[in-house]
Design a protein around this ligand. Structure first.
Ligand SMILES: Cc1ncc(COP(=O)(O)O)c(C=O)c1O
Length: 499
C-alpha cells in the first residue's frame, strides 16, 4: 500500500493531480497511443537495473522474451471454461504437477492456478470455512501469527472468519507455539505458518505446527507465496532450510506464487491441497440463475489465460538448472548483504532470514529517514512500520537483478547511515503528535488534507499528494492505531482514484 510502505525514488505521476483524459472522439494512431503510454510511465519505479529492492522479479531479457511471446499468444483466450479452450486445462495440469513435485506432494495432492498470492491465501481461508461448516462450526476462527501476510486478514474479512492473532517470539519472529496452542479452540478451522514470512524472511516451525494441527484435527496452511518456489533450490544448494512442504504431516495446503521467484508474469500463483476433498471446499458453482451454469476454481470467472501460458512457458524455458543458477545468485547476494549490514554497528537484522527478505532495524538511526536518504541516491527500499513486537525497519527483497548491486548498495547504505546520523530529523512536532494521537477512524475523511499538509504533502495540482521525503509521514502513521491507519489508507486510495 502506497501510503505506509512506499519510499519512492520519485513521486508517482498519479499523485500529482494530473487529470484523467477523456476518450478521444477520433481514435489515435498506434504511435500516438504508445507515445502517450511512454509519457505516463516516466515516473514509474524502474523494473530493470536492480536498484529496486522490492516489487520486481527480473530474470533477464531472454526470460522476458519467452514470457511476452506466451502472453501475447494466449491474450484472447478465456479461462472461464476450459472445455472450450482445452489447452488451458492442459497448461494448468502441467503447472500443478510441477508444483506438486516441487513441494514433495504425492498423487493425492491437487491444486488450482490462481491470480496471485492474495487469491491463493483467500481460497485457503474459504476452504477452511467450508470444511468447518461441514463439521458444524458456525463461528469459525483463524489462528494467525502477527507475521502472517495481510492476505489472510482479507480472506477472513471477506469470508466472515474471525482472526485470532498469535504472538511471535520477539527475537526469532517465529510463531510462539505456546500461544498458538493456548488459542486453539473448538471453533478453530485453520492455522497459518509462513515459509517464509515476507517481513523477516523467517520460516515458522512448520513441523511442530503440523503435529499440533494433526492432533487437534485442524487445517494447517503454509504460506509459501514468496518462499516455496525458491527455498527447495536453496536447500539443494546446501542452505539450512527446515522441511515446510507436504513431507510434513499435518500440512494441508500450501500457497506458492509463480509470479515471484519463478519469474512468471504477474497474475500467477498456485494453491495446493492435501487432497481433492479439501480442494472442493474452495470451489464455487452456481446453477441458480437464468444464464449458463457457473463453476469456478478461483474467485474470477472470465479471466485471462495469459499468465497461465506465461508461467508454463517460463517454467519450461528455465527448467531446474535455470532456476538453480538464479537461486545461487540470490543466495550469494543475500549472504553479502547480511554480512555487510551486520558489519555496520548502527544497523541490526531482525530475526535470521532464510532467504533474501531482510528487515533492517536500528537503535541509533531513524530508519524512515534512512529510506529517504537511499531514495535520494536512487534506491527503492520499503519502510515497514512497527507492529506486533517487530520494530520499524527498512525492508529489502533480493531478486536476480539485485545480485550484482549488493556492493554498491552497501556502500551507499553506509554513507546514508552517516548522513542521517549527522543530521537527524527533528521528528513530528508536538502539534502533529497531538493531532495523530487524537485521530480516530471516523475523523480521517475530514482531517485527511490537513494531516497531509502538516507532513509537507498535498501540494495541489503540481506538488503531489505525498511529500517527496516520507520520513515525517511514516513517523506519524507509525503512531496511529491499526484501525486509524486502515481508514487513512482507504482515504488515500479514494483521493488517488478521483475519477
Ligand atoms: C508471504 C506472502 N504471502 C502472500 C503474499 C501476497 O501475494 P500477492 O501480492 O501476489 O497477492 C505475499 C506478497 O508479497 C507474500 O510475501
Amino acid at each position: 500500500m502506497p501510503l505506509d510502505t512506499r519510499c519512492h525514488v520519485a513521486t508517482p505521476l498519479s499523485t500529482k493531480g494530473v487529470h484523467a483524459m477523456a476518450m478521444p472522439q477520433q481514435g489515435m494512431s498506434t504511435d500516438e497511443v504508445f507515445a502517450r503510454l511512454d509519457e505516463y510511465r516516466q515516473d514509474d519505479l524502474p523494473v530493470k537495473g536492480g536498484r529496486a529492492w522490492g516489487f520486481v522479479y527480473d530474470a533477464g531479457p531472454e526470460v522476458d522474451a519467452v514470457k511476452q511471446r506466451a502472453v501475447v499468444t494466449y491474450l484472447g483466450k478465456n479461462g472461464l471454461d476450459p472445455t472450450v479452450f482445452p489447452s488451458l486445462e492442459r497448461l494448468e495440469n502441467d503447472i500443478l504437477a510441477i508444483a506438486r513435485d516441487h513441494l514433495n506432494g504425492g498423487e493425492e495432492v491437487v491444486g488450482t492456478f490462481t491470480s496471485g498470492g492474495t487469491e491463493s491465501c483467500m481460497l485457503a481461508v474459504k476452504a477452511a470455512r467450508e470444511r468447518g461448516r461441514a463439521k458444524g462450526i458456525e463461528e469459525p476462527e483463524l489462528l494467525l501469527p502477527v507475521t502472517a501476510h495481510a492476505a489472510f486478514h482479507k480472506g477472513a474479512r471477506y469470508f466472515g472468519v474471525k482472526v485470532v492473532p498469535v504472538a511471535v517470539d520477539p527475537e526469532s519472529f517465529m510463531v510462539d507455539l505456546a500461544d498458538l496452542e493456548a488459542k486453539l479452540g473448538p471453533s478453530t478451522v485453520l492455522m497459518v505458518g509462513s515459509a517464509a514470512g515476507y517481513a523477516h524472511g523467517v520460516i515458522d516451525p512448520i513441523e511442530a505446527m503440523g503435529k499440533l494441527a494433526k492432533e487437534r484435527d485442524v487445517l494447517l496452511h503454509v504460506d509459501g507465496c514468496i518462499g516455496a518456489w525458491l527455498l527447495p533450490f536453496l536447500a539443494e544448494l546446501g542452505e539450512d532450510i527446515p522441511p515446510f512442504d507436504f513431507r510434513v504431516p499435518g500440512v494441508t495446503s500450501i500457497s506458492m506464487d509463480l509470479h515471484k521467484y519463478a519469474y512468471a508474469p504477474k497474475g500467477s500463483s498456485v494453491l495446493l491441497f492435501r487432497d481433492a476433498e479439501l480442494r472442493r471446499h474452495s470451489y464455487f458453482a452456481c446453477a441458480g440463475w437464468t444464464g449458463y451454469s457457473v463453476v469456478n476454481t478461483t474467485m474470477q470467472s472470465t479471466k485471462s489465460a495469459a499468465p497461465l501460458a506465461g508461467a508454463w512457458a517460463v517454467l519450461h524455458y528455465l527448467g531446474h538448472e535455470g532456476y538453480r543458477k538464479l537461486a545461487a545468485s540470490i543466495r550469494d547476494a543475500t549472504r553479502a548483504l547480511l554480512e555487510g549490514i551486520e558489519a555496520q554497528e548502527d544497523l541490526r537484522i531482525l530475526g535470521a532470514p532464510k532467504m533474501g527478505l531482510i528487515a533492517i532495524a536500528s537503535d541509533t538511526v531513524e530508519v524512515f529517514q534512512l529510506c529517504d536518504a537511499l531514495a535520494a541516491r536512487g534506491w527503492y527500499v520499503q519502510p515497514q512500520l512497527a507492529y506486533g513486537g517487530s520494530p520499524k525497519n527498512v525492508h529489502l527483497m533480493v531478486e536476480p537483478a539485485n545480485a550484482r548491486m549488493a556492493e554498491p548498495f552497501l556502500a551507499d547504505l553506509a554513507e546514508c547511515v552517516r548522513e542521517v546520523k549527522a543530521s537527524p530529523a527533528e521528528g513530528p512536532n508536538e502539534m502533529l503528535v497531538q493531532a495523530a494521537k487524537m485521530l480516530t477512524p471516523e475523523m480521517v475523511e475530514q482531517r485527511f488534507d490537513e494531516l497531509i499538509a502538516m507532513v509537507g504533502g498535498g501540494g495541489g495540482e503540481e506538488g503531489g499528494m505525498l511529500p517527496k521525503e516520507r520520513a515525517g509521514l511514516n513517523a506519524v502513521i507509525d503512531m496511529l492505531s491499526t484501525e486509524t491507519k486502515e481508514a487513512l489508507l482507504k482515504e488515500f486510495m479514494s483521493k488517488l482514484y478521483r475519477a
